[in-house]
Design a protein around this ligand. Sequence first.
Ligand code: SF4
Ligand code: ZN
Length: 311
Amino acid sequence: MDIKLNCCDEKPVLALPSGEKLCRSHFIEYFESKVFKTIRQFELLDKEENIGIALSGGKDSLTVLNLLNKLSKENPKIKITAIAIDEGIAGYRDKTVETAKKFCDENKIQLRIFSYKEEFGLTLDEMLKILHVKPCTICGIFRRYLLNKKSRELKLTKLATGHNLDDECQSILMNQMRNDLRASARLGPKVGLMQNDKFVQRIKPLYLCTEKEATTYAFLNRLLDTFTECPNTSQSFRAQVRDMLNEMENKFPGTKYSIMNSFLQILPYLKEKFKDGAIKICAKCNEPSSNDVCNACIYAEKLKNKIILQK
Ligand code: SF4
Ligand code: ZN
């Protein structure tokens, strides 16, 4: 019996781990139906939503925005707003913010931009000259803080992010390597361990899509012209795990799907195990926190003290 490897006579643009090769139009159809199936399978959206999309201006978040924009045009009960965080990373974020603005202008999507400089008084580049910490640690803490706070203030019902299957597999392995199962319990297509008024539920529509698929979709649809990477990426633990995973995927196609599928089987047990543990309110800023003072306030205080010492 012949195994059909090409979807049709058109030139293929991408091969799936199964070996099947898809042409441009069959790939777009495959990708979009996978994302909409993910939304249905994991019940990521309700019938009525005022949804925010965390827009970095990179391929993943533009892909999510493009697809949720399509959905909102078909369904007037789904309203969308893009939220961009400008951390202040010279030569990188300025470019991606421009891409985000251009996309939102062309597609008539409301875009709100919030910056570290305005909210915390310093850009990330300035913070890193004062505090000698890993860039992604402090960047991630302030970004999650701002995204949640601003989404709540804008009365958004959910916040969609561009996290894809590769990102999730990296997080699963990183948490294993750090022996941090509680962090893994917060993963999944719907983020978090419990519902709380102070938290805006985060969802990941690209949960089952690989990085390669999201990149291919973004470029085929001309969502962006060039690929820009944050200059701090190479310093991160995540980048090392990413390279290791890509090497395994090249040697053993399907590795990423296997990690994801096995994780989805244990995720309900992890959520059950770690469901206790009340969410506290930060004594300084009133934002939700797992400790008496949230990490954003701890780093803001460290920055303030260093600045005073330097004067
Ligand atoms: Fe921030 Fe690190 Fe992402 Fe750069 S790679 S934007 S420093 S989290
Ligand atoms: Zn705080």
